[in-house]
Design a protein around this ligand. Structure first.
Ligand SMILES: Nc1ncnc2c1ncn2[C@@H]1O[C@H](COP(=O)(O)OP(=O)(O)OP(=O)(O)O)[C@@H](O)[C@H]1O
Length: 214
């Protein structure tokens, strides 16, 4: 059987802050349908690595390619294919939940996103809050909205930093199922997590960063 295409290729990545080298000589190849979990203690470098992967931080050395295109900060080619849930998004304070999702879907080329937006709203259980402004949501509901933004847009690579944050138990179980489904549809996923059940359910490979605690 032909190998699935490489979606993400990282070679020789290094990121240091002053004298502290956080990531060094890091290589990673992720193919369609693979899910890579980054684990490791607080401060191990998971977020630093993910921020480099999404172009939010610039590595000191090394290269990152998405679908064969070299990562250049805010390259439209890459932005089109990569959905991210890194920090809590900077939501627009005066756009409602449903308006956010609609705007994102349209900005990524969906001409009639109503059905998709309704489905995702239902899935993240934000239908009753669809008319609310982000500032009026609970912290877990804001997380659900951030996750929803990744699912209403086209994507070939999904990058998430601790996506389980502030979700209730049922929410974590939903997320695990959703990510398993995404992977089975050929999405490549890289996510950092402190939630063993999510890592166990979703990851096809686990990379522990920063070694073990001494
Ligand atoms: N802008 C910065 N300037 C200086 N040091 C930084 C900067 N960003 C991150 N660091 C340091 O890099 C190290 C890695 O941080 P990072 O946020 O990547 O860890 P993490 O593995 O995501 O941790 P956590 O599990 O706590 O989220 C930490 O020691 C942190 O203090």
């Amino acid at each position: 059987m032909a190998k699935r295409p490489t979606v993400l290729k990282v070679q020789g990545l290094k990121r240091a802050f002053g004298p502290n080298t956080i990531i060094d000589k890091f290589n990673l190849e992720v193919r369609a349908g693979e899910a890579i979990a980054l684990t490791g203690r607080n401060g191990a470098g998971k977020s630093t690595l993910l921020r480099c992967l999404v172009g939010a931080d610039r590595p000191d050395e090394g290269s990152i390619e998405v679908l064969g295109t070299k990562m250049v900060e805010s390259s439209p080619e890459i932005r089109r294919n990569v959905a991210t849930v890194i920090d809590d998004l900077d939501f627009f304070p005066d756009l409602s939940v449903v308006e956010h999702l609609d705007l994102l879907a349209r900005a990524h080329g969906l001409t009639d996103p109503d059905e998709m937006v309704d489905e995702v709203l239902e899935e993240v259980q934000l239908v009753p809050q669809s008319g609310q402004l982000p500032g009026t949501l609970s912290s877990g509901q804001r997380r659900r909205l951030a996750l929803a933004t990744a699912f209403v847009r086209p994507r070939k690579l999904l990058i998430m930093d601790e996506p389980e944050q502030r979700l209730d138990t049922e929410g974590v179980a939903w997320l695990a199922n959703r990510l398993k489904h995404e992977r089975s549809q050929g999405l490549a996923i890289v996510f950092a997590s402190h939630e063993p059940s999510l890592v166990e359910a979703v990851a096809t490979r686990v990379l522990q960063l920063g070694g073990t605690r001494g």
